[in-house]
Write a protein that binds this ligand. Structure first.
Ligand code: AMP
Length: 359
């Protein structure tokens, strides 16, 4: 039997561990928080910080292969583990995804379009960069940003640049040109140890307050956009010599062309619909890839809408439990704090798309 180490104990680790169990893959979670969502369903937890050397060595001793469920795993931890056992996706993918400037340079080197950007390390650099973008742009922290946190949108004249820099500028920043888009999509793709590639259908994503609200398949995009999303994911995976599942997010311009927003070297919230609308979910696909098993069939048997249950949304649970053709997935978290992802629901079928949009 294979034993898989998972760094990170959140809901993504939990769903990976559940998929692993079905394939007789044992799981060990490395996570400082006791009784975390992943450890509740895994074989074992090593309760230690992600960069704790004794914890990492215990993980290496217990496992045949290691993966991770979030992109801010310290690169030094992944590299330490990679000296004694395979770590998938490769630590290089973490390095690329952890810094928005490195990420954009990497994507551009893959021949993919991103927003134009300037690294920002002072208020003066911000003023100059805003002038280059006609006063519009999105200022983000280079590292550790998620769910729209650590961001500021300059809508027209770049005003208050100095004050905004004061608020965000204690850390390195990036100013991105503002992309006028019709919609946002993402694609979940996988690459196996033998170089095999497989992608799920792109999903159309709607955010609320910077957090993913719904993912809908099929996305309203044409065949050309579908093919470019697929080709972009393939180029990224091949360039990184990647093994595992990746999420790639795009803006879709009014003319249908794609701009890559960011990559997530892990299973992704916008791929949760796969557990209800495909025979093989993104979670099982990741387990297959990193455990050197053949990749699974990514075809979709139903249209679907996935909706996150965030904070107080969890109080709608009794209603969701009665919805037909709806899969409810909860994450084992007690306290419904604002902005906290408590679970998600996926409803199958076209008609139900309307229902989800009404919520
Ligand atoms: P991110 O944290 O990079 O995923 O950004 C959060 C959200 O902000 C995205 O889903 C978009 O809706 C919006 N956004 C981010 N970057 C840009 C950009 N360069 N142009 C326009 N909108 C953006």
């Amino acid at each position: 039997m294979i034993t898989l180490g998972i760094i990170g104990g959140g809901q993504l680790g939990r769903m990976l561990a559940m998929a692993a169990a079905r394939l007789n893959v044992r799981t060990v979670i490395l996570e400082p928080q006791a009784d975390c969502p992943a450890a509740q369903v895994a074989n074992r937890q090593i309760t230690a910080a992600y960069d704790d050397e004794a914890g990492l060595d215990a993980l290496a001793a217990a496992c045949d292969v290691v993966t991770y469920e979030f992109e801010n795993v310290p690169v030094s931890a992944a590299t330490r583990l990679a000296r004694s056992l395979p770590v998938y996706p490769p630590p290089k993918a973490l390095e690329v995804a952890q810094d928005r400037v490195t990420e954009k340079r990497f994507l551009n080197a893959c021949g993919l379009e991103t927003a134009r950007f300037h690294p920002i390390d002072s208020a003066e650099e911000l003023v100059t960069a805003l002038a280059d973008f006609g006063g519009k742009g999105v200022l983000k922290t280079r590292r550790f940003g998620y769910d729209g946190k650590g961001q500021h949108v300059f809508r027209e004249d770049g005003k208050d640049a100095a004050a905004v820099y004061e608020r965000l500028g204690a850390v390195p920043l990036i100013l991105e040109s503002f992309i006028g888009f019709d919609r946002e999509i993402s694609i979940i793709a996988a690459r196996g140890t033998n170089g095999a590639f497989a992608a799920f259908d792109p999903a159309e994503n709607v955010h609320r307050n910077g957090i993913l609200h719904t993912s809908t398949v099929p996305a309203t995009i044409d065949t050309a956009a579908r093919q470019s999303a697929n080709a972009a994911a393939k180029a990224i995976l091949e360039t990184l010599d990647y093994v595992g599942v990746i999420g790639v997010e795009f803006f879709v311009r009014p003319d249908g062309s794609l701009v890559v927003n960011e990559i997530a070297p892990r299973v992704h919230n916008s791929g949760h619909w796969t557990e209800a609308a495909c025979v093989i979910s993104q979670f099982e696909q990741h387990i297959r890839a990193v455990c050197d098993l053949p990749l699974g069939d990514t075809s979709r048997h139903s249209d679907a809408v996935m909706q996150n249950l965030i904070g107080d949304d969890i109080h709608d649970l009794p209603r969701w439990l009665q919805e037909p053709r709806t899969l409810v997935h909860l994450y084992g978290k007690d306290e419904a704090r604002p902005g906290r992802k408590m679970g998600h629901v996926t409803t199958l079928g076209q008609a139900l798309r309307r229902m989800s949009q009404d919520c």
